[in-house]
Design a protein around this ligand. Sequence first.
Ligand code: CA
Length: 233
Amino acid sequence: MPAKQKKILVIEDEPSLVFTLQDTLENEGYEVFICDSGTEAMDKVKSVKPDLLILDVMLPGVSGFEICKQIREDKHTFPIIMLTARDQEIDKVTGLNIGADDYITKPFGVKELLARIQARLRRANSYSKSGPMDVITLGPVRIELNEAMVVRPDGEQELTTREVELIRYLVSHANDPVSRDALLENVWRYEYSTNTRTVDVHISKLRSKIEMQPDDPRYLVTLHGVGYMLKLQ
Ligand code: CA
């Protein structure tokens, strides 16, 4: 039997772009669903249950940011790639901050979008094999991100909001090296008075919660001269 077709929902109101996206994605073998209104987006998300969402920021009715936020509040975990015409850093930051996985600025090349879709679907697929991404198991330690809780054989530890964000970022780049600068950009978003030392301090604190032997970490490892890596099976 052929592999099940992946469902991609496109929420975009620009007819020519919708046409191009639908055509391109269907040619690639995806099953494509279209929604051209912000106000109908959530209903569409619920009825389609997509494997991936392409979401325009500027929509009539409700903005793409609002929709993205709502989707994550409703605990949908499929990847979201946001589209925007406005090439502003603030949009990227806002988008990633509210739970988008990636961001692409119009006008973009179709090949670039396809590459990003494939990368996101691959990652999403590897999560579903290891269980829902809100629960992460590191040997005897279970991290429950929705509860901001670490359950260990020797007791429970609460996670701070920042630690939850940090783990989410590391999980989304599991088994890849992550630089301190990338963490500063994506987790701290270059807040005032943060620097790479801030990252190191938080990593060290996080290790004491999620590693049984924080001085000899098995999962959240340091890559000297590079940064850190979360090793997941
Ligand atoms: Ca638009």
